[in-house]
Ligand binder design. Structure first.
Ligand SMILES: [Zn+2]
Length: 244
């Protein structure tokens, strides 16, 4: 190789080297409001679990590690669309108002102990999962906080997740911190932080209050500004600080 062309090649590759890192690591992904509210057709991965690619890969690694320690990470729920969440909401609303005779506002308060207003579920993001231990046989509802206490069927699952989930970037969202408001303690609900933190950051910048007042779901005519404000503050934002 002649010296001249050698120098040219060096300078071209030198240039490429300085430019490429910026192209290879673009700034944070922008998510559309449809994606953040479960209204977009996003690409999901997995068979028994439906997650965004990165979250799915991390979950698969965590599942393998748990297996070798005798825990079967069984997915109860992962991605949920807006329509799916609306069906859950409407079913609960009908149950509380028509069957149990609660006033609409009391029914809404009861629903938001554990369930989200459609459009605000972290399950819309393809980053969050509800997990139990598939090896344990339990009676009744598997998503029952008592079943995760010491001496109960999911105690070993909880211990394993406490010690290992963060290695795979999965964090508990609704912790048992007594100072936390909003959704009650959910020892089964984990979130893949590298994706869900930027998603929450973007979601909270939107006018969630306005978006929710436009939605037509059962009982939404009883949504007041005050109710929606405290819902956003308590249920969406008063979560594990590590996920903010
Ligand atoms: Zn959940």
């Amino acid at each position: 190789m002649q010296r001249r062309s050698f120098l040219q090649k060096c300078s071209v590759s030198g240039l490429a080297f300085t430019i490429l890192p910026n192209l290879a690591f673009p700034t944070t992904t922008e998510y559309t409001i449809e994606e953040l509210m479960g209204k977009a057709n996003i690409e999901l991965f997995g068979k028994d679990v439906q997650l965004r690619k990165e979250a799915y890969e991390a979950f698969t690694n965590m599942k393998k590690a748990a297996y070798s320690d005798g825990i079967d990470l069984k997915v109860v729920s992962s991605y949920r669309s807006f329509e799916h969440q609306a069906r859950i909401w409407d079913r609960k609303y009908i149950n509380y108002v028509d069957d149990e005779g609660l006033e609409p506002l009391d029914a809404i308060d009861k629903i938001i102990e554990y369930s989200t207003i459609p459009g605000t579920s972290r399950h819309h993001w393809g980053t969050d999962i509800d997990l139990v231990d598939g090896y344990q046989k339990v009676d009744g509802d598997v998503l029952d906080p008592e079943k995760f206490e010491v001496g109960k069927p999911y105690a070993s699952f909880k211990k394993w997740m406490d010690g290992n989930s963060k290695k795979y970037d999965f964090y508990l969202v609704y912790t048992d911190n007594p100072k936390r408001r909003g959704f009650k303690y959910e020892p089964w609900h984990y979130s893949y932080a590298p994706l869900s933190i930027p998603m929450l950051t973007q979601f909270r910048k939107k006018n969630i209050l306005k978006l929710l007042s436009k939605e037509e779901i059962m009982g939404s005519d009883h949504f007041t500004t005050g109710l929606l404000r405290s819902y956003i503050q308590d249920n969406i934002l008063d979560i594990n600080r590590e996920l903010l």
